[in-house]
Design a protein around this ligand. Sequence first.
Ligand code: FAD
Length: 421
Amino acid sequence: MTYDIAIIGGGMAGASLALALKDLPLSIVLVEAVPYASTQQPAFDARAIALAAGSQRILRTMGVWDAMAARGVTAIEHIHVSERGGFGTAHMEAAEEGVAALGYVAEGRIIGATLTAALAQCPNVELLCPAELTSLQVEDDGVEVQLVHAGAARRLRTRLLVAADGGRSTVREQIGARTWELGYGQTAVIATVTTDRAHGNTAYERFTDTGPLALLPCDPPVDTDQELSGRRWSLVWTVRDSQVDALLALSDEAFLQRLQQRFGYRAGRFLRSSGRQAYPLVLRFVREAASERVAFIGNAAHAIHPVAGQGFNLGLRDVAALAQVIAAAVARGEDIGRMQVLQGYARWRRPDYLRTAAFTDGLVRAYSNNLPPLKLARNVGLLALDTLPPLKHLLAYQSMGLVGHLPRLACGMKLQVTSDK
Ligand SMILES: Cc1cc2nc3c(=O)[nH]c(=O)nc-3n(C[C@H](O)[C@H](O)[C@H](O)COP(=O)(O)OP(=O)(O)OC[C@H]3O[C@@H](n4cnc5c(N)ncnc54)[C@H](O)[C@@H]3O)c2cc1C
């Protein structure tokens, strides 16, 4: 079987790309290794994802936002930033930035259910699941792909192969794509916690000497316990690798006590915690987001620290940019797998990768040194940020994914089969 595009990996990035391309005259196959209904599905788990305002625009223009919102998302209207043991704080307000929300929080499961339901309505997208890419050969006029589909070997051919197969990308390995990688020596522990006070749509980012700690307001789709309504948070607690096992082994009570000690009482008193999951953290980028007949999107292209909740937002901008480059090539009657076409995508994405990595990595490193003069400088910086509206505005727009050369979908415009970029 021959396709125009084969997307390897049906996680948030891969599924979003298939949807973004649904109105183009292209045959698309989406190859996903793990069934969506499985509890082992790695892409759509209990992680809460902060969707920036720019991502919300992309999802809205793709026609899936209303369905996602109906399944349950929580608006972030205020952001509070502080450092444990420091005096400086900074605040960001949706009203000050002239937006309804600085972002939204959605559980990975909600994002998955919305995207897969929408995919089922796309006649030009064939889903192969469970199907795992095992090897590939890039040839002059296409890519030959070997899969194991429902236990049997299968081959397919495609003009363009998109690697959306996540951090341990087999595509990256198969074509020998060079990457740049740096371990943080940190692991993120996530859990859902409840407090005795309503979240008031506030997100907190608190820097501590072992790593940043984030609390995102996160209401469940259906609240079975009305008493806890509006009091649920998604916790992302970054600790040194050496501390993870001990943190995971704590009883819920001891875990909440430790959390209270590290976070303080700004969000109220912590009452309950769900089970915890751990994610080791790394900074990684492919050197080139495209090569002949292959393009990388999402975590197959980059992995960043979750400190400012930017990973999928960056991946969704990959999706919007690649979809636009493909649409323009289709309009010009060009071969969508040629390097001249894909180079446009790789060059376009590079500044965003650098900017987002500098932003997130810069935050982690700035706060990982406890020398007193540096700590003082950071706290003065936080106070200054609060009193310098232009600087705050710039940071807010970076966090909302609204800076740089934005793709059409991020500007609220549908893909156009024209000859623009
Ligand atoms: C603790 C934590 C908190 C985070 N919080 C945020 C946040 O608030 N906001 C935000 O924007 N981002 C956040 N992120 C980042 C975000 O989770 C990722 O950027 C995003 O999930 C990546 O999606 P993806 O589709 O690129 O990759 P993945 O989710 O890894 O999906 C890859 C898919 O490919 C499939 N696959 C793999 N190999 C093969 C193969 N050989 N054949 C077929 N299929 C294959 C897998 O089964 C999987 O479904 C966070 C990350 C962490 C760790």
